[in-house]
Design a protein around this ligand. Structure first.
Ligand code: ARG
Length: 399
């Protein structure tokens, strides 16, 4: 019986070359796996291609719901955002792909799993760490990293073996799922170059967006969106719809210089329409429903959570421990948020909650306020006591 390797297959050039390469170099049978994480690609075509190249078996898995429920939902509650800019879309997908690879490898009795990551990025770290954490006895094969493959060498290889792979002229490296679309490489490698319109597929340019604003209302239960414009929907469906609605209003484009775990600074462009809308509204609702101390503590924790996820440590116990804390805080994060989308801008313009900590009778400037203004005088005396004393001492004034 020949050895089996389970490969994460996207249908693209890198992983297509990988099928053949593993067959040749490792003299193994290749089983391919493609997950639908909402990347809007035809899984049937991908499956046929894998088999045509030589895979002995292929798994197509619709993992959109699992991705939304077990990964994106946690990112929403944690306001997951790397370096204040990146909603972690690619980073969240990797541990789920790794988990499926391991499950299939165990079921198929394979000795190794494989992925198409290069040795220069974060994705290799996310795959490898997750695979090792879930099953350290599996060997890991990463042909692109091992062989130091360039695009030219890959195209040569495709021609040599006559592999049925469409060689797209795309200058960019693209990864997409429900939570966003990452675009890297080509002309974007000059950080001074404005991204050409051709890189964007999910968003129109703000200049071309409608001239009238679009209002939407998002309702949350325990930190998770459950209704869009009054209609109860699954999280997956809300994300799909928001990607369209925000995208057509020019909302969702991100352009930044990112610090990869491996030390490289890279120029990244993203389209994350739904993620930006949901995170902005979720943070707003938290401000209405959580105390200042919880908010401050949670903001620090969110940065740690986002770094863990970005840096491939999804399976670290710290991530789960932080999630337990975050879940506790989300009990109160219920309510509605009103958002105005207009030519690339996204603004929260209203919010309400059954758990609101905003109490009108305290906040109002009107005369019937419950807030006792006289109590403020004594409070301020004590609040500023040390500051007052320090100033007097510095100026040599006797107390
Ligand atoms: N820089 C992002 C990240 O590390 C996006 C990576 C995109 N991956 C890709 N294969 N194009 O999460």
């Amino acid at each position: 019986m020949s050895k089996k390797v389970v490969l994460a297959y996207s249908g693209g050039l890198d992983t297509s070359v990988a099928i053949k390469w593993i067959m040749e170099e490792y003299e193994a049978d290749v089983i391919t796996v493609t997950l639908d994480l909402g990347q809007r690609e035809d899984l049937k075509v991908i499956e046929e291609r894998a088999i045509a190249i030589g895979a002995i078996k292929h798994y197509s898995i619709d993992a959109k719901n699992e991705f939304a429920q077990n990964y994106i939902a946690k990112a929403i509650k944690a306001n997951g955002m790397y370096e204040d800019k990146y909603p972690l879309s690619t980073a969240l997908g990797r541990p789920l792909i790794a988990k499926k690879l391991v499950e299939i490898a165990e079921g198929e009795n394979a000795y190794a799993v494989a992925h198409g990551s290069t040795g220069k990025g974060n994705d290799q770290v996310r795959f490898d760490v997750t695979i090792k954490a879930l099953n350290p006895s599996l060997q890991i094969i990463a042909p692109i990293r091992e062989w130091d493959l360039s695009r030219d060498k890959e195209i040569e290889y495709v021609k040599k073996y006559g592999l049925p792979v469409p060689i797209k002229k795309s200058k960019y490296s693209i990864d997409q799922n429900l939570w966003g679309r990452s675009i890297e490489g080509g002309p974007l490698e000059d950080p001074m170059n404005e991204p050409d319109e051709e890189v964007f597929e999910w968003t129109v340019s703000p200049e071309k967006a409608p001239d009238v604003p679009e209002y939407i209302e998002l309702e949350f239960e325990r930190g998770i969106p459950t209704k869009l414009n009054g209609e109860e929907l699954s999280l997956e469906e809300i994300i799909i719809r928001l990607n369209k609605i925000a995208g057509k209003n020019g909302v969702g484009r991100i352009d930044h210089i990112e610090d990869r775990l491996v030390g490289i600074k890279s120029r990244e462009v993203y389209e994350c329409p739904a993620a930006l809308v949901i995170l902005e509204t979720h943070k707003d609702l938290e401000k209405l429903t959580l105390t200042k101390s919880v908010l401050n503590f949670k903001r620090n924790v969110e940065m740690i959570w986002s770094s863990l996820v970005y840096n491939g440590l999804w399976t670290d116990p710290l991530r789960e421990a932080i999630d337990a804390f975050i879940d506790e805080t989300q009990e109160m994060v219920n309510g509605k948020v009103k958002i105005k989308l207009y030519k690339g801008s996204l603004r929260v313009v209203g919010r309400s909650s059954p758990n609101s900590l905003y109490i009108h009778s305290y906040a109002t400037y009107e005369s019937h306020s419950k807030f006792d203004q006289k109590a403020a005088i004594g409070f301020i005396d004590l609040w500023g006591l040390q500051t007052k004393i320090a100033n007097m001492i510095r100026r040599g004034i006797k107390l």
